[in-house]
Design a protein around this ligand. Sequence first.
Ligand SMILES: *[C@@H]1O[C@H](CO)[C@@H](O)[C@H](O)[C@H]1NC(C)=O
Ligand SMILES: *[C@@H]1O[C@H](CO)[C@@H](O)[C@H](O)[C@H]1NC(C)=O
Ligand SMILES: *[C@@H]1O[C@H](CO)[C@@H](O)[C@H](O)[C@H]1NC(C)=O
Ligand SMILES: *[C@@H]1O[C@H](CO)[C@@H](O)[C@H](O)[C@H]1NC(C)=O
Ligand SMILES: CC(=O)N[C@H]1CO[C@H](CO)[C@@H](O)[C@@H]1O
Length: 703
Amino acid sequence: MERWTLLLIKICILNICKSRGMNNSTWGLTEGVLKLIREGSNHFGQEPTDTKQLLPEYDFIIVMAGSAGCALANRLSKISDWKVLLIEAGRQENYIMDIPILTTFFQFSEANWKYKTEPSDHVCLGMTNRQCSYPRGKVVGGTSVINFMIYTRGNRRDYDNWEKLGNPGWGFKDVLPYFLEIEDMNIPELAKDKRYHSTGGEVTINYNSYRTPISEAFVAGGRELGHRIVDYNGETQTGFSFLQTTKRNGTRWSASRAFLHPIRNRKNFHLKKNSLVTKILIDPVSKSAYGVEFINNNKKYIVRAKREVILSAGAVNSPQLLMLSGIGPKKHLQEKGISVIEDLKVGYNLMDHPGSLGLTFILNQTATLLVDDLLNDGKHTVDYLYRHEGPYSLPAGCEGIALIDTKNPSSIDGDPDLELLFFGASISTDKTFHKALGISHILYDSVYKQYEEVHSWTAVPLTLKPKSRGRILLKDTNPFDKPLIYHDFFEHPEDLETQVVGIKTLLRLSDTKAFQKYGSRIFDEPLPGCKHLPFGSDSYWACFARNLATGIWHLCGTCKMGPTSDPDAVVDSRLRVYGVKGAMHVAGYTVARRTMSFSPRLDYESIPNLSAEQFDGITVFRISTMTSLMLHRSTFCAVVMVVVVVVVVVVGAAAAAVDYDDDDDDVQCNHQLRMDVYAVFHQCAGDEETHRREGADKVEQTL
Ligand SMILES: *[C@@H]1O[C@H](CO)[C@@H](O)[C@H](O)[C@H]1NC(C)=O
Ligand SMILES: *[C@@H]1O[C@H](CO)[C@@H](O)[C@H](O)[C@H]1NC(C)=O
Ligand SMILES: *[C@@H]1O[C@H](CO)[C@@H](O)[C@H](O)[C@H]1NC(C)=O
Ligand SMILES: *[C@@H]1O[C@H](CO)[C@@H](O)[C@H](O)[C@H]1NC(C)=O
Ligand SMILES: CC(=O)N[C@H]1CO[C@H](CO)[C@@H](O)[C@@H]1O
């Protein structure tokens, strides 16, 4: 907490420095920061505490607290006779993580597993070491704490197709009620559509309350090109729209806030943080799962499960853990010296929605977000601190979405195969983007650096029905080692063709009247790796996509769901692992049979409900103790009080110390402090290049 508080103090100092001393507006800012710290402390008090005294046995053990794990814990512990343990490798969510504009900063933090794909000769060519970033949340709330908060539910045909492929209970008519159950639609005009929306569920949905002028152009430009403006979570889905985001009152509404905060007082629910599950214990003879082994603070623990071990560790960690536990492809496991309990195609079938980053359109006027300016401008800071409004409430600048059926573009009820994700910002307007994405410094400096102070927008075309498949393999048997991720996003030529169609659609969009008002034009600095091709040709854009390829955090499929007749299936339609008795489930998107057309997050949350229903048989159990929440909370309050005192004192001292006497210094002061803000981000991120001012060091020492 302190480190993030420090960041805020710095932003505050930055603004005081700019205004050369304390005045009314800078006091306003200081007050705002204190308000945020109070909210942060309140947030902290809502988070379920780490359970100190674990039971030797639980009815359900849920492995990892991502979106699926949080929802599962919520639903299962509703039944007070069931003891539920949720184990998470990461730490708790921090309230600062819930400030939407800061989304990409958390890619550097320990809240990200920081996975990378193995170096490829075909894609990610413009990334450092030819590896694409694969961000995954390592924090209570999982990836919902570090993602872009985009609410997209999927096309009905995807679900119907799952059902057709032999997975009863997964058709759209079957899953829609679950979506409705967890939804809390806060956009009045959409909430009216009672067939597709509901209110009162855990997951709150809002539009961004702030819009850049260029985002209005995105939607208007789409209309000019003949597309409809559509509620893409409604009856039909092809068209353009502003983003529907999982936020409440301008702050990130993560799975943890939605599902765990409300149940923090349930006595039958335990949460163990900072604990890596290293093995699922399976009896090799009876083939039944009976518990897990995990490591916390260098100590090994074993906890037994009376009913179920539920694996909801996501598309990378779930297959890794299954394989470490002896369930996976026989040949691969034997090579690694793991005794095979069940030979299943775990780790195969990896899918994502591949896209290409970095297509940048520059404007001749102010209409987008320059992140440096935002951090420098006290007004935006105050807007956020006081009302949770303004540009800080935008998820890293992400504002619009378009879903297009490229095979049938004029159909009202198309089956989208292309998504355009629009940002009122670009790679060059936020200097943390390219680092988060792993773009090589050489490429960035030669192409993008020159545009850092230029207003520009970008949109990421995403291939929604990818045919390429990747695979996850164990590096070795050490559970702390990251598995190997092989994913050639554009291995199948059609996936690349869809990218080219997407890029050309964006070029046409930029030419619409709506965008031309701002003088929008494509930047024409060729990528170093594509210079040999004529700029703007199809082959150039294909090269562009291969260089700046990305997945979009929608990894899935590595524990495939399917009927017994499917040789690749790992789990059945009730999410039970084939061949393992004693009911072991894999929940979450990991099981998805086919990549669906949309962001998977919401499915993570609906799947557990399905599973929950299927658990039957109740044995009465009551548990007695939970760690003292009150004690913990009051300790924290004391800590916050200390911080508050420090804020006031240090801010005053810094303001007094910053006594410049000419305009050059003013510029320098700005620059210095901007560097500071970045330094804190990177410092928090464990980045080596930390530049810290003397004053900042003092703050840290005092804290
Ligand atoms: C007060 O603060 C504002 C905004 O930070 C700044 O523009 C202004 O120059 C400051 N006024 C004085 C008298 O320092
Ligand atoms: C100073 O700021 C406060 C809010 O923090 C506001 O109510 C007051 O009107 C401001 N005073 C002036 C002179 O601007
Ligand atoms: C939203 O957040 C602002 C800023 O903290 C606060 O003043 C306001 O009361 C909140 N609104 C709701 C409905 O919680
Ligand atoms: C930006 O370009 C548009 C279209 O060329 C033009 O109408 C507009 O006047 C330009 N604005 C500025 C500030 O140069
Ligand atoms: C839509 C639906 O059937 N939801 C169910 C999810 O599970 C809870 C029990 O945990 C039921 O009360 C809901 O009806």
